[in-house]
Design a protein around this ligand. Structure first.
Ligand code: NZQ
Ligand code: ZN
Length: 380
C-alpha cells in the first residue's frame, strides 16, 4: 500500500426528510445564494422543501445550470453573487449544479476568470458551500472534484475545488428521476469504482473488498431502482453507493486509472453524450486494450463480481468483459460507439487533443493519443 493522507470534511446528512435540517447546517447571518439546474426541483417539490427549511432567512437564487455545466453560465452566477455580497453557496441539484457551484465558490474569492481556475487544476480560497443532492451519480456531493465545460471551444476539463461543508441526501428525491438518468448514474458509480479498483492486483485487501462491496451493491439494486416501484431502501443504497464510490474512501493507498473518464469527457465535449453513457461505452474498450496490464485484477474482478472462476485465463477475461458489457446493456445503455453515431472523425479528434496536450493517463501513464485511439477503436 502506498502512503496517503485522508481527510474528508463533508458532513453527510442522510435520509427521509433530511432537507428540513438545512437551517441548522447554514450558519446564521450568512448571505446565501442558492444555485439550481433547469427546474426539476420545482416539479418534484424539492424547491418547496428547501424554501420551507430556510423560512425566515434571506437568499438570492441563480437558475439555469445545465447538464455538463459551462464556464459561461458560471460567469453569470459569479456576477450575481458579487452583486449581493454572497458568502455562502447552497447547490440544489445533481453533479452539474454542484460542480458549477464549486467553481462559483472559487471565483467569488478572487478576481481571475473562472476558466483560469479550471486550467490551473486547483482552486485557492473558496466561499463555503453546502449541497442538497437530487441525483445519485457523481459523488460530487462528498468530494472536491468538478468538471466544467467551455462552450466556445467544446472543451470539458476537471479541476479540484473545496469539499462541500455538508451535503443533504434524501433518497426520496430521486423518485422523480427519469429511467435514463438513473441508468447513467448507476453506470457512473460502477465505473468510478473500476477506475480505482481495476489497476494492479495485491495493493490492499481492504480497498479491494470495499470496492467489490460497492460493485455488488450497484448490481443488486439496479433492477429495483430502474423499475416502476422504487423501493425506498433500494433508492437509499443506490444513493449511498454513488457517494461512497467517489469520496476518497476506496482510493486510500492504491493506484488509480481514470483514462476511461478522460476519454469519456471528450465524447461529451465533442458529441454531447451524457457522462454515464460515455462510460458504459468506453469502460469495456479500456479493459479490452489494457487486458495484459490489468490481467491479475481482471481475473479477480471476474471471479469475485461475476463468479467467473473456471477456464483458462484468457477465456475468463473475455467472459468478464462480456459480463460487464451485458450489465451496462441491462441498464438500457449503449455499449458501442456506432449505436450513438460516433465514428472515425471523433476518434481522430480525441487522439489529436490528447497528443496536443501531451497527456498520459491511467495507472501506468500510458494512455496517450495513440492508446486512446486503440481504446475507442475497441468500442466500435
Ligand atoms: O437541471 P434539472 O432540471 O434539475 O434536471 C436535471 C438534469 O437535466 C435532472 N435531474 C436531477 N435531479 C433530478 C432530475 N430530474 C428529475 N428528478 C430529479 N430528482 O437530471 C439531469 C442530469 O443532471 P446532472 O446534474 O447533469 O447529472 P449528474 O449528477 O450525473 O452530473 C453530471 C456532471 O457531473 C460531472 C459529469 O462530467 C457531468 O458534467 N462529474 C462530476 C464528478 C465530480 N464532481 O466528482 C465526477 C464524475 O465522474 C463526473 O465527471
Ligand atoms: Zn464519472
Amino acid at each position: 500500500m502506498k502512503n496517503f493522507t485522508y481527510c474528508n470534511p463533508t458532513r453527510l446528512v442522510f435520509g427521509r426528510g433530511a432537507i428540513a435540517r438545512l437551517a441548522r447546517l447554514i450558519p446564521e447571518g450568512r448571505r446565501i445564494m442558492i444555485t439550481f439546474g433547469g427546474g426539476s426541483v420545482q416539479r418534484n417539490g424539492v424547491y418547496d422543501q428547501v424554501a420551507a427549511a430556510l423560512a425566515g432567512r434571506e437568499w438570492v437564487e441563480f437558475w439555469g445550470i445545465g447538464p455538463n455545466p459551462t464556464v459561461e453560465t458560471v460567469r453569470e452566477a459569479v456576477a450575481l453573487g458579487r452583486e449581493h455580497g454572497v458568502d455562502f453557496l447552497l447547490a440544489v441539484g445533481g453533479g452539474s449544479v454542484i460542480d458549477a457551484t464549486k467553481l462559483i465558490a472559487a471565483a467569488l474569492c478572487g478576481d481571475v476568470d473562472p476558466w483560469e481556475i479550471v486550467l490551473a487544476g486547483r482552486a485557492g480560497a473558496t466561499v463555503s458551500m453546502g449541497t442538497v443532492l437530487t441525483i445519485a451519480a457523481t459523488g460530487s456531493e462528498m468530494n472536491n472534484g468538478a468538471v466544467i465545460s467551455r462552450e466556445e471551444t467544446r472543451e470539458k476539463r476537471a479541476f479540484h475545488g473545496a469539499y462541500p461543508v455538508f451535503s443533504v441526501l434524501d433518497p426520496e428525491v430521486t423518485r422523480s428521476l427519469p429511467r435514463c438518468q438513473i441508468a447513467c448514474g448507476l453506470a457512473d458509480t460502477f465505473v468510478h469504482v473500476l477506475e480505482q479498483y481495476l489497476t494492479g492486483a495485491g495493493q490492499s485487501r481492504l480497498m479491494d473488498r470495499w470496492a467489490e462491496g460497492i460493485l455488488h451493491s450497484v448490481r443488486e439494486v439496479a433492477p429495483a431502482v430502474l423499475g416502476e416501484e422504487r423501493d425506498y431502501d433500494a433508492l437509499a443504497d443506490y444513493m449511498l453507493a454513488a457517494t461512497l464510490a467517489l469520496n476518497d474512501m476506496i482510493a486510500m493507498g492504491v493506484e488509480q486509472d481514470w483514462a476511461t473518464h478522460m476519454i469519456g469527457h471528450e465524447l461529451t465535449a465533442l458529441c454531447g453524450l451524457t457522462h454515464g453513457a460515455t462510460l458504459a461505452i468506453v469502460a469495456c474498450g479500456t479493459m479490452r486494450v489494457l487486458r495484459g496490464q490489468k490481467r491479475a485484477k481482471l481475473l479477480q474482478y471476474g471471479e469475485r463480481i461475476w463468479g467467473i472462476a473456471e477456464g483458462g485465463d484468457e477465456e475468463r477475461i473475455d467472459r468478464t468483459i462480456e459480463a460487464t458489457e451485458a450489465f451496462f446493456r441491462s441498464l438500457g445503455l449503449s455499449t458501442r460507439l456506432a449505436e450513438e453515431g460516433i465514428g472515425e472523425e471523433t476518434i481522430a479528434e480525441v487522439e489529436c487533443r490528447f497528443d496536443a496536450e501531451g497527456v498520459r493517463y491511467g495507472e501506468a501513464a500510458n494512455v496517450d493519443g495513440a492508446m486512446a485511439r486503440r481504446i475507442l477503436e475497441a468500442c466500435q
